[in-house]
Design a protein around this ligand. Structure first.
Ligand SMILES: O=C(NC/C=C/[C@H]1O[C@@H](n2cnc(C(F)(F)F)c2)[C@H](O)[C@@H]1O)c1cc([N+](=O)[O-])cc(O)c1O
Ligand SMILES: [Mg+2]
Length: 214
């Protein structure tokens, strides 16, 4: 069965991971994507950088743009302190459906709110819908041409505060050149590049960590 690749990833999780064990869930996805079918998860190498930034920030309220199948959702949620929340936004209903099942299988569903729809519509509604003052941490891993407009939208909606950490995937491959220019040239951000490799490959990629200065 498993007609789509996300469904085959879900099957690999159900077959090889332990229910309620987040680590086994993303490890099963990594194994599947490294040995069977490549997929655009942040992956194990860049995942270690994501883990270390998360541990440093220890966010009470985090935002992820681009759930896809929930790989980084599970990676982030497992590291959140009790009572902390992750809101993850996904545009594609089929991906969201698989992600919900992977998130539930990992047992992190109580920490995660998955919202379906376009970021442009959803970001302006975050405050009223989720009673959020501002985000402590934002992981950008959705369409690369949306990184700049959505960062500007987060600023304009007052969803960033002094010290909010933005972490952006794929700034080298596929690349987000406009975003790099934006955060590196703006006096409102302190930016740093974490060199790594594209998931399950030897091609260079990296994460850009940018602290909003208010
Ligand atoms: O294209 C890549 N990622 C695009 C990722 C796109 C994902 O973000 C969702 N989205 C779109 N808008 C929203 C919002 F915000 F509205 F919710 C969410 C899309 O439905 C999709 O699931 C990519 C490509 C490569 N690669 O090597 O080609 C490697 C990677 O790590 C990548 O992330
Ligand atoms: Mg990515």
């Amino acid at each position: 069965t498993g007609s789509t690749q996300p469904q085959r990833m879900l099957e690999a999780v159900q077959k090889n991971a332990t229910k309620g064990d987040p680590e086994s869930v993303f490890s099963a996805i990594d194994y599947y994507c490294r040995h069977k079918e490549w997929a655009m998860n942040v992956g194990d190498e860049k995942g270690l950088i994501l883990d270390s930034v998360l541990t440093e920030v220890n966010p009470s309220i985090a935002l992820e743009l681009g759930t896809y199948c929930g790989y980084s959702t599970v990676r982030i949620a497992r590291l959140l302190s009790p009572g902390s929340k992750l809101i993850t936004v996904e545009f594609n209903p089929a991906f969201a459906a698989v992600a919900r099942q992977i998130i539930a299988y990992a047992g992190v569903q109580d920490k995660v709110t998955l919202v379906e729809g376009p970021s442009g519509d959803l970001i302006p509604k975050m405050k009223e819908r989720f009673g959020i003052k501002s985000f402590d941490f934002v992981f950008l891993d959705h369409w690369k041409d949306r990184y700049v407009p959505d960062t500007k939208l987060l600023e304009d909606c007052g969803l960033l505060r002094k010290g909010t950490v933005l972490l952006a995937d794929n700034v080298i491959c596929p690349g987000a050149p406009e975003y790099l220019k934006y955060v590196r040239n703006s006096p409102r951000y302190e930016s740093r590049y974490f060199k790594s490799n594209l998931e399950y490959s030897k091609v260079e990629d990296g994460l850009e960590k940018s602290v909003f200065l208010g």
